[in-house]
Design a protein around this ligand. Structure first.
Ligand code: NAP
Ligand code: ZN
Ligand code: ZN
Length: 356
């Protein structure tokens, strides 16, 4: 069946596209299957990962995730969504979903071994089913397992960035016991980091510490709910004065050039450091083995959030009245939004909005 609506969106055709040169155009969504949902896009968050993907030089790299909209077509096999529902899609649009996949059958779809995770943007579906084109667009088509009903208590522009940025920090905070009795540091206060401050506080951590480069974000970060602020470029002796003060650190920083030993030294004995920011080159700095051993420190990582965690997070956000700081911009501004994101300008997440 063909549709009476057109799939159009911002397309990245070469490496220059991240410098404000995406082009608007029509695209062919993945081949329709009866477990799919077509979504008329209302808005879409602008994530740091969008920049990595756009500047990677993938041909016809298409954009993006953190989508909210209305379900306009729902396959006969779909059980969780009805036409007209307000729905969302995060960074993941597919995985094998087989009963014999130890990850998919245990709520770990983000780590699927079967076919891996298919991204909402810039991925090629298995079996020649086409490409994923993300949400800087008019419509999006995604497997219903990765489409979430948005609770009424959440505004669309607030819910959109939760689906990737929010889930990516909610998951490791929960998995590593963030709550009463814990002191938690958040490194890098951008889109992900500002959600991490909000969620760590709402989860009841005893102390939440925003760890940023410059002193300039201090007021914002304390207003977000942090109890303490460290500016690694501007505070002298931050590493020694804060040594052994935290149980858990979530790092959203995407640079290879970070004072990692300094961050690790902030952890108490048996503390845990979780990396979620993805440096372009994919590597972190070398770490001192003495530091790890002398403090019994664990280093780990975490990928997005799986569907079960995303549903839990959305309800948690309603229950705790989580209010992210988003700046809405018209969908036409996608190119400038990507440029401004790289300049560190959002406070703290841009959300592109389609006119009604
Ligand atoms: P963002 O809004 O640009 O925030 C990144 C923050 O990192 C900045 O606000 C800045 O914080 C800090 N930073 C940037 N450059 C730095 C540098 N050279 N040295 C030290 N700190 C630096 O981006 P985002 O959307 O939050 O995404 C953050 C990262 O997470 C990206 O790499 C993205 O690809 C990745 N990500 C990973 C997953 C996952 O599944 N693990 C999911 C989504 C996104 P301060 O100004 O406070 O220093
Ligand atoms: Zn993202
Ligand atoms: Zn799987």
């Amino acid at each position: 069946m063909s549709t009476d609506y057109k799939f159009e969106g911002w397309l990245g055709k070469d490496k220059q596209c991240a410098q404000g040169q995406m082009e608007w155009g029509e695209f062919e969504p993945k081949t329709w299957e009866e477990h799919d949902v077509d979504i008329k896009v209302e808005c879409c968050g602008v994530c740091g990962s969008d920049v990595h993907t756009l500047s990677s030089g993938w041909e016809e790299t298409p954009y993006r995730h953190e989508i909210i909209g209305r379900a306009v077509r729902v396959g006969t096999e779909v059980e969780n969504i009805k036409v007209g529902d307000r729905v969302g899609v995060g960074a993941q649009a597919g995985s094998c979903l087989k009963a014999d996949c130890s990850e998919c059958s245990n709520g770990l779809e983000a780590y699927c071994m079967g076919i891996g995770s298919t991204n909402t943007y810039g991925s090629i579906y298995p079996n020649d089913m086409g490409k994923s084109y993300g949400g800087y667009s008019t419509y999006n088509r995604t497997h219903s397992h990765f489409v979430f009903k948005i609770p009424d208590g959440l505004e669309s522009a607030d819910a959109a960035p939760m689906l990737c940025a929010g889930a990516t920090v909610y998951s490791p905070l929960k998995q590593n016991g963030c709550g009463p009795g814990m002191k938690v540091g958040i490194v890098g206060v951008g889109g992900l980091g500002h959600f991490a401050v909000l969620f760590a506080k709402a989860l009841g951590a005893d102390e939440v510490v925003g760890i940023s480069r410059k002193a300039g974000k201090k007021g914002d970060v304390l207003r977000l709910g942090a109890d303490r602020y460290i500016a690694t470029d501007d505070d002298k002796d931050w590493a020694t004065s804060g040594a052994r003060s935290l149980d858990l650190i979530i790092s959203t920083v995407s640079s290879e050039d970070i004072p990692l030993d300094g961050y690790l030294g902030l952890l108490k004995v048996r503390g845990t450091y979780i990396q979620v920011g993805l440096p372009d080159g994919g590597k972190l700095p070398l770490v001192s083995a003495f530091l790890l051993i002398d403090n019994a420190i664990k280093i780990g990582g975490s990928a997005i959030g799986s569907p079960g965690e995303i549903e839990e997070m959305l309800q948690f956000a309603v229950d705790k009245n989580i209010k992210p700081w988003v700046e809405k911009r018209p969908m036409e501004d996608a190119n400038q939004a990507i440029v401004d994101l790289q300049a560190g300008k959002p406070r703290y997440r841009y959300v592109l909005v389609n006119e009604a």
